[in-house]
Ligand binder design. Structure first.
Ligand SMILES: [Zn+2]
Ligand SMILES: [Zn+2]
Length: 217
């Protein structure tokens, strides 16, 4: 086993043909912080945080009992994570790694009787001061801060397994799931105010546009 100079694990897998695959799981190393270990379940909602980077703002707002899921190994690892979550049949909430949860969000997800609930993002366009936007339906399948009651999962048990392979990429998986739930007669219920969406950009992470100068030793 080799490693990069920053300690990141570097795995070279030799294929049967003799060609090689380079694997660098990156989630644990991006900010130098590991996700917190989950506290015992606090309510009915099983919180999950799929991540490729651990962001301090997301950690700070995250439910203490959330389970962090390292999905950095593959673009379809997020799909794999949801497939597993869906098969467990528990009331679940998803928080994505660039979204900030709040205590009122945790409370509302526990209490709201609607089967499928979600918070919009703070950066959805055209929002009024309450967070409502005429454009927000374009985000109706988001999984950034979304809760499903057991009745949805029980009613559409194949909502994940029936997504065709073309929809497995992390960028598409929310729309595959959303389409299957809508086809079964479910619809999303918006909650307000919107959740902060920091896109992993605060100088710590995110689009790293390195100049040649920065790369010179
Ligand atoms: Zn609701
Ligand atoms: Zn707009």
């Amino acid at each position: 086993m080799r490693s990069l100079p920053d300690g990141s694990r570097l795995e070279i897998v030799e294929q049967e043909s003799g060609n090689r695959t380079i694997l660098i799981p990156r989630a644990k190393f991006e900010s130098g912080i590991a996700p917190p270990a989950p506290a015992p379940l606090q309510g009915e909602t099983h919180w999950f945080i799929p991540y490729t980077a651990v962001h301090p703002l997301t950690v700070a707002g995250a439910p203490k009992d959330a389970i962090w899921l390292d999905v950095s190994s593959s673009p379809v690892a997020y799909y794999g994570a949801l497939l597993d979550i869906w098969s467990r049949g528990e009331m679940v909430a998803m928080l994505e790694h660039d979204v900030v949860c709040r205590p009122d969000i945790i409370e509302e997800f526990e209490a709201c009787p609607e089967p499928w609930c979600c918070y919009g993002y703070s950066d959805i366009c055209c929002q009024d001061e309450t967070g409502h936007s005429p454009c927000m339906e374009a985000w109706r399948n988001l999984l950034g801060c979304t809760r499903f009651r057991r009745e949805v999962i029980e009613a559409v048990p194949d909502a994940m397994t029936s997504i065709p392979e073309i929809g497995w990429d992390w960028k598409n998986v929310c729309d595959g799931l959303g389409a299957n739930l809508r086809a079964a007669g479910f619809t999303h219920h918006w909650h307000f105010p919107a959740a902060e969406h920091h896109h992993l950009t605060d100088g710590l992470h995110g689009p790293q546009q390195l100049t040649e100068e920065a790369l010179r030793v």
